[in-house]
Structures are given as C-alpha cells and as structure tokens.
Design a protein around this ligand. Structure first.
Ligand code: PAF
Length: 282
C-alpha cells in the first residue's frame, strides 16, 4: 500500500492508474477504523480496480464546543488494517495541506435547506463542512466511484445531491450499516461510551426496529410514533435530539400518503451523540 501525505503524491498515484485504464474507488474516512469502515473498503474493491482510502479529521465539520482535539487518531493501526485489506493508496494529509489558508475565508459547498434539517438543526455548520471536504477530496482523488455508509443517511443523501447538482463524474454507492451483535450501529463514537452507556446504547436500534415493525403493521400516526419512541429512549437514559419519520426520496417529513420511509434518530448518552436509521417500505 502506498501512503500519500500530499495532494500531488495522491494525484500522481491515481493518474498512473487512470493512464493504465484502471478504475478507482474511494472511501473517505476520519480514521479510527472499525469493521464498518472495512466493509466500505470491501464494497469499493468490488466496484473498481484500485481502492483509495483517505484519513482526514476534518476541522470544518466540527462545530463550536465539539471536541475535535479528543477525536481518536489511530493512524498507525488504521494503516495496518488498510494494508491488510489490500488498499492501494492511503491518503492521509495534514490540515495545512487541505486548508492552507484561513479555512473560515475559503470557498464552501452547501446543499441548501437539507443542511439545516435533522442533524443540521443541532449541528448547524456540520454538513457544510462535510460537503466542502468531500468536494475537495473528490477533486484531489478524482475517483470513478465513492463509497459511504448508510448509517450516515443524511450525509449520504447530501453527498448524492451535491454530486448531481455540481456534475461530479463520481458514482456514489451506499453501503449497509454494520452492527454489533446487540444491534448497535458500528461507529468510532462507540468507543467513547462508558460501560453502562454502552449497554443502554443498543436501545436506539431496538426502538427504531420496533417503530419499523409497527409501521409495517399499518399504523400511520407517524407523529405519535415519533413521540412515543422519544419517550422510550428518554426513559432508557438518552437525551433525544430527534426521532423522525421521513420520506426516503427527499428527506421531508412523511405524511400518511407516503410509503417509502426512513426513520432517523439522534440521541445522546452522556457526552456521546449516536445516530441511526432504518428504511421501511409500507
Ligand atoms: O463520514 C465521515 O467519516 C466524514 O463525514 C467524511 C465523509 C469522511 C468527511 O469528513
């Protein structure tokens, strides 16, 4: 596996593959890799000749009071895992390589409106940071395919929209959420949970699964279902940001005429914010 620290090193590796007629799949990450990330790498491998993974803890997607300094950085371990997976290139730039000037003055990419709903209501600058860094990484790596986890449903939705609106020649693929045995979606944040919180955390997926079951049985009083689920989670010990039943096609609030749905939730246990979702066709 090659490791590139600079944009030009990454570009020249990818250029040589493209010149040889090889296709390139890309998995952007912030490191601290777990099984969920490695699954994204497997999906990438199935779709292209070469696989590039980036590790970059992107400062612009952390809001005020969100502790970027304590975000786990495990580059050596991550690098070993990626090499074992047969990844062709690890792109691991430093902050000054990606944001050489004052990032608050730099051009941003924003998907209007959708950036401010659901998680965006609680993290108002987060998705602007995400779409901006993903656009930059697409321009640096120039992949044919990019793979993102469906666990971050709103992020995936926004990236697909950005790709469509800005005509990036990149095919975006969503990969299924990988779960622990008790259902908890794998996430770098799970490692921040205290033992007792880790036990409680599985209630998030359980609650969403129960909602999906009730929806499938024909209950379409979506607002009551959301309220009940929030109460259940609060009683279990969560502080709930939202539980929301939305339309898959545009992420707008679902009404009783809608049938292709996604239930999304964000809830905090102590300092740790967890998100999850389930899609349901009724
Ligand atoms: O999902 C993530 O890990 C990040 O939001 C991403 C897509 C790598 C952008 O920094």
């Amino acid at each position: 596996m090659q490791t590139a620290r600079t944009k030009s090193q990454s570009r020249s590796a990818v250029k040589s593959w493209k010149q040889a007629g090889e296709s390139v799949a890309f998995v952007p990450t912030m490191g601290n890799l777990h099984e969920g990330h490695l699954e994204l790498v497997d999906v990438a491998r199935q779709h292209a000749d070469r696989v590039v993974v980036s590790i970059f803890v992107n400062p612009t997607q952390f809001g005020e009071g969100e502790d970027i300094d304590n975000y786990p950085r495990t580059l050596d371990d991550d690098s070993t895992k990626l090499a074992e997976k047969g990844v062709d290139l690890l792109f691991a730039p430093g902050v000054s390589e990606i944001y050489p000037g004052d990032s608050s003055q730099a051009t941003r990419v924003e998907v209007p409106k959708l950036t401010g709903i659901l998680c965006g209501e609680f993290r108002p600058t987060h998705f602007i940071g995400v779409t901006t860094i993903v656009a930059k990484l697409f321009n640096i790596v120039q992949p044919d395919i990019a793979v993102f986890g469906e666990k971050d449903f709103q992020q995936l939705f926004l990236i697909r929209k950005m790709v469509q609106d800005l005509d990036f020649p990149v095919k975006v693929i969503g990969a299924s959420t990988i779960r622990e045995t008790d259902g908890l979606a794998m996430s770098s944040r799970n490692g921040c949970l205290k033992d007792v919180e880790r036990k409680t955390a599985s209630h998030l997926y359980k609650t969403l699964s129960e909602m999906a079951f009730i929806l499938k049985k024909g209950d379409n009083d979506f607002r009551s279902l959301e309220e009940n689920a929030s109460k259940i989670l609060e009683n279990a010990g969560f502080t709930v940001d939202y539980v929301s039943i939305r339309r898959v096609r545009d992420l707008q609030t679902a009404t009783s005429n809608d049938t292709v749905l996604v239930i999304l939730a964000a809830a905090r246990l102590g300092e740790t914010r967890l998100i999850d979702n389930i899609t349901v066709d009724i």
